[in-house]
Each structure stands twice: as C-alpha cells, then as structure tokens.
Design a protein around this ligand. Sequence first.
Ligand code: MCN
Ligand code: CUN
Length: 795
Amino acid sequence: MTALDEIKIGGLGASRKRVEDNRFIRGKGNYTDDIVLPGMLHMEILRSPLAHARIVSIDTSRAWQIPGVHLVLTGEMMATRNLAWMPTLSYDTQAVLATDKVRFQGQEVACVIADDPYIAKDACEAIDVEYEPLPPIVNPEQALADGAPVIRDDKQGQDSNVIYNWEVGDAAGTERAFAQADKISRLRLHYPRSHPSPIECCGSIADFNRATSKLTVYMTTQAPHIIRAAVALVAELPEHMIRIVSPDIGGGFGNKVPVYPGYVCSILASILLEVPVKWIEDKTGNLISTGFARDIYLDGELALRDDGKILAVRMHVDSDHGAFFSDAQPSKFKIGLLHSAFACYDIPVGHVTARGTYTNKAPGGVAYRCSFRVTEAMFFQERMVQAAAHDLGMDQAEFRRINFVSDDQFPFRTPFGFLTDSGQYGKCLEVGLKAVGYEDFRRQQAEAKAKGRLLGLGISTMTEPLGAGNSREYDILGIKMFDSAELKVHMTGKAILRTGAKTQGQGHETTWAQIVAHELGLPAEDVVVEEGDTDTAPFGMGTYASRSTPVAGAAVAMVSRKIRAKARKLAAHLLEVSEEDVEWELGRFYVRSAPDRGVTIQECAMAAYSNMPDGMEPGLENTAYYDPPNLTWPFAVYIVTVEVDPETGVWDVLNMVAVDDCGVRINPMIVEGQIMGGLTEAYAMANMQFITFDAEGNCVGSNYMDYLLPTAWETPGYELHSEVVTPSPHHPIGAKGVGECAAVGGPAAFVNAVMDAIADTGVRNIDMPLLPDRVWEAITKRHDVSGAPPVRSDD
Ligand code: MCN
Ligand code: CUN
C-alpha cells in the first residue's frame, strides 16, 4: 500500500465539483421561503414614503377589520415590550418600528400579520399614518451645515449629525513628510452607495412554541450564532431556548449580516400569536431599506519625491451612514478596516481621519463584498496611485513597482498598524503585465491616438486583511472573533463536519470536506458538511469578510489533526507497536520499520468504536476553536484595457487580466468562480450601478430597471492567472481568503483604464458609475465629473 492520490480523493487542490449544486440545479434547494410550517401566518411591513417626518398619528383600526388579519404591530406596541428600538452592531440604536419620527424613505412603520401575504399587504395600505414632513438631509455636506435639523434627536446629548470623529496614524510625522515632498498629489473621490442585492431577499420564519418555551427562527443570516445572542439579549429570552437556522441562502454578499426590523417583528408576532410567522421581503423593500454599502467621500493626498518614492499618505473620509449606524465591524475601528489602505506599498508614515454622519437615508456603509470597508480603501488607494504616477509623469507600472513592499520585508508593519503576513507583489504585477502585453498595448495606444481613437489601460492592485480575529484585536459588540469546527468520524469511516461559518453560495460544503481529505485521507465524498443550525453547529462568528477559510477553514484543519492524533494511538494499538513507531502517509498509518504493515484511517475509525485500547475514551469525535494569530493577506493585480468612444462616452472592455495570490487554493475551480463573480460585481459598480437619492430623499434604485445587474451580455471576459502562490505563513494549510478580493480590487482597474484613455483631456476624475453621459461630459467639457449622478425628482 502507498499513500492515496490526494487529487483523486478530492483533497487540497482538487477542482471538485460543488456538492451543493446537486440540489441547487435540480431546484431542490431549501431556502427560507421554501419552508412551510403548519398554521403559519404571513407578515408584511408598512414602510415610510417620506425620508424625514414627524409621526403625528398612526390609526390601525381599518387594518384590524380586514378579514384574515391577526395582528397589527406599531412602534407604540413594540415600545411596551421595550422593543421599539434595537442595538446595532456598531453600538448605535436603530428603530424597529418608528415611534417618534421616520428617518429614511422605506423605514419600517408598522406591520400586519395575516392569513396570507396578500391580505397582509392590503391591510398595510389600510393603516392611516399622519406625517408632518421635516427637511430631508441626503448627504454629509447638508448634514454638517449650520442649522441642519438633528436627525437623531432620539439620542440624549446628540446635538449634531456627526456620529464619530476617528483617526489613526501619525499626524505630526505625516505633516513633516509632506513638508519635505517634491510634489503633492491630491484627489477627491466619492465611492457611491451600492447594494449587494442578492437574488434572494431577506426573510425569517419565527416559530415560538409556548409548550416547550422554545423559539426556532429560520432565517437568511450569514451569522446565526450572533443572531442567537442578539435575540437572547434584545428579547430577553434564554439563549438555550433559541434555535437559529440558516437554511440555504440565495446569496448574501454582506446584505445578510445585519439584524433587520423584520426579523424582530416576526419573532415578537410569533411569541404573541403562538403560531409560526413568516416574513419574506420583496425586492423593493430589500433595495431601499436593507444594508447599503459605501457612500463615502475621500480627500486624499500623497507626498512624493521626484524619483517616484511615496513619502507619506494623508486621507480624510466622510462617510454617509444614513439614519442609523449599522455597520457590522470590529468594535475598535469606527471606519472598519479602511486604514488597510496602502498596506502593499512601503510608505513610512500616514494619517487617516474619518468622520461619520447621519443622513435621511437607509443605513449605508454596511457591507458588500468588503471585509469592513476594504473595498473603499483599495479603490481610493489605486485611484490615488494612478493620479500620483500621472502627476509625476511616471509609468503606472514602474511607479507601483518602486513603491511595493518587497518579498523580504514580511511580516511588514504598515503605517496604520497592520502586520501583513506575506506576498510577492512585484511578481504578480510582472505576470499581469506580461499577460496583457503591456509594452505592446502602449504602442497600440499611441498609434490609435494618432487616428483619434481612445484606448486606455488601468492597473489596480489590492491586498486585503482577511480572517478576523485575532481575538485580541477583533470583536463584534465585545464578542471575540474566532471560529470553530466539529468533526465526528463514524465507525465506518464516514464523517460529519460542522463549523461556525455559514455558506451562502461560496461552496463550503465542498471545500471543507477537501481539507478533511487532505488531513485525514478520508475521501471528500465521505464527509458531509453542515452549517447554520445553532442547535448543532459549534459556536462561530459566521461568514463575512472572507473570514471562513482563514478562520473556520483553519479550525477544520486543526480538528482533523486532533482526530488524526487519536487515530494514531488506535493505529499503534492495532499494529501492536508503540505510538512513536507509527508513521503517517495520506490515509494510512504504518510501522516505520515495516512499511507494509499498516492500517487505514477507516480501520482506526472502526477500532474507536469496537477495539480501543484499555483506558481510551471511545469514539472519534472532536471540536476545535481557532483564534488566528494574524489576518491573512492575499494580493491581486487586475489590469483592464478599454476603448472609449469619444462621440458617445461608451466604453468597452478589450481585455481583463486577473492575477490572484490567495495562498494555497483548496479548490481552484471554486476560487476562480469567486474571482469571476467579484470581477463582475466590480464591473457593475464601475460601469452601471448606483443608488442615489433625489433632494427629497427618495431612493432612486428601488428596482432592477434603475439598479442594474450585469447579465452575461454586458459582462466582459476575464483571463485568470494562478501561478503566483504565497502560502500564508501562519495558516495551517497556507490558505488565505479570496471571496471578496476581485470585488475589492476590480473597480479601480476599470476606472483607471477609462481615465488613462482620456488622460489628454486633463480630467483627473470621474466618479463611479462611469455612465456614458458622464464620460462624454468629461471628454467634451474637459472637467471632472464628481459626486452621485444628478437626479431630478421627476426622473
Ligand atoms: N477558497 C479556496 N482556497 C482559498 C480560499 C478560498 O478554495 N485559498 C474557497 C473556500 O473554501 C470557499 C470559497 O473559496 O469555498 C470562499 O472562501 P473565503 O475566501 O474564505 O470566503 P468566505 O467563505 O468567508 O465567503 C465570504 C465572502 C464574502 S464576505 C462575500 S461578501 C461574498 C463572497 O464570499 N458573498 C458571496 N462570495 C460569495 N459567493 C457567493 N456565491 N455568494 C455570496 O453571497
Ligand atoms: Cu463586507 S460583505 Mo461579506 O463581508 O459578507
């Protein structure tokens, strides 16, 4: 016997087909809306039509009279149970149902529970709400203006619309470095509001059983254990009597991290009515009221030496958080991990100031493929880098090359305090430049220019802090960030693995089994993976910030090693030798001096239940909690070439090359899928997608006619490169996270390409999305096009 072929058993590096697709492509997925419980009622939410108004009165009497209506909930009723407000994940409060004022269009005002969703919806329309309109505030500038109405007058001591002022870095040192600069490059940018818009909206089915006192909630959450803790604390229910189940999720992308009023209302309704209550959000409700991302303004400056060296970076950001500060992020950092900006460049000193403001918009800056605002960080960084190279008259690639952290500088301490773990930044860039044919393209570009055609090339790089914890620095509401895995190997060598993460399409059911296969030699198909049920899964912080592979995935490796350690003892017993004489090769232990004498891992499993040595605890099961020593830092280079039509401002992608180094790839096919998906979202943000608000605070983008999702028709092709692999030095299998990388680094590549194409106009910036009319305006009027696209109320 020899070691198993790892690829054949679906181990590390196998492009194993996704096991979950077996049920998805047959239409056999089990999503929240598929679940039907006996006696279940349906809940619908009445939302505010106005962005800012005092509530004068709410009259629900007509709604109560509609046959089939069982309950009408208002803020006043919630308040009697201390549930009108709930805590957010950023130490703010958020209205569950409005009592005093409405603070954004689409805010939850009341809800109706009825026999079916249609009756409930009709009854919502029969609720009479009298509003007294207040002046709406739709951006930080208005929020900060003298005499602006205080949006959060519910909060004691809140006498302005400022949520926080936060800073990191060395202000004085940065000042000194700027004084010595040969040149200072400045850029002002807006990263517009965007929405994750998963195909499945949010929803929950709460089922409170009075007889057992048990509350079961099936819901669309990326972090079931956090929800369990939140329900225990907010609703004052005993935690062991709460079971949260996340069934199949039709895409999360960050949208399903926060706690939403609909969840809370369905839970209270079920407790009051003692029947299951289902709430399924409709698309418009999802698009106007649930966790928006971004909406952040940058004032950025780089201090430069004439030879191209970056001496210092200074950034000020103004973040529009909407009416409630609902970001899910490590509590130490008000602006998430935005200060991971410039981590891949060797810059001696920097300073970031951040200000958060309330506006009359739904919570913004929440989450969308971002690892806590890294998407904004990398966009700002790569736009600033392009502008700086341009200001110095330097080649884009060369400017990056000379400022990169070099391979021998790791672990590298960034000016904002992060410690990056490893990387080969220069090599990734060279692979990308070669693939895109850099020199050749520059020649073609010059030739095209002579004929009046506008070709452009944009480079973007990104490095992302993925895998929060460690628990010393990272917590959410005081709960330390780590993760877990539990592995039970049955006597026949088949196994069940559970983790504290929760897949929403990323393929954990496939890839976690591959880690077990790698560690134990059990074929991946013999390992079933289960996540999302708090009654059975070990405690974990859930899936967001691409933390699953760095943390839960590491826990899977560690629990497998615990199992292997016990199996080794069983093997020694079976082989009648001492443990020290037992060697391991994939799938099998053997006697060092007699390699032919061996036992398989499956034989060890059987022995754990049928033939264990004296004194050994039976069974082959274990749990591992993994508190990572550091974040993992993947790196990527994205290069795009475009042609811009000067007559119309339309731009087409000619080529896009992506070089991703996410360390060891567990499943190369799944990694490529993650990258392609992320690049497509990046393209959408750069090209077509925006959610904006008119002067009255009406949300423009409440449907898929206004908020565009790229289809196969618009989406460009991508050339993916995987030849650069820098294993994470501290992750047990050398893997780094990858789920968000392409969405994080992609947008700047597209924008940089268009800006490169029109560089001769002298225009420094067009804010996303680069819609044709905006590009055309920049070309013809030769000025920057900034801010969210203007919207008239009658549009
Ligand atoms: N993987 C791998 N090798 C690596 C890294 C990852 O094979 N070196 C695999 C993993 O095993 C996993 C997938 O790639 O199957 C993504 O892993 P990871 O980078 O750890 O990210 P998470 O699993 O934590 O997923 C979260 C991330 C986030 S935060 C958003 S937002 C996003 C994303 O994933 N949402 C998604 N990708 C998504 N993809 C789908 N289909 N649906 C979403 O909602
Ligand atoms: Cu920031 S979106 Mo993902 O972390 O769930």
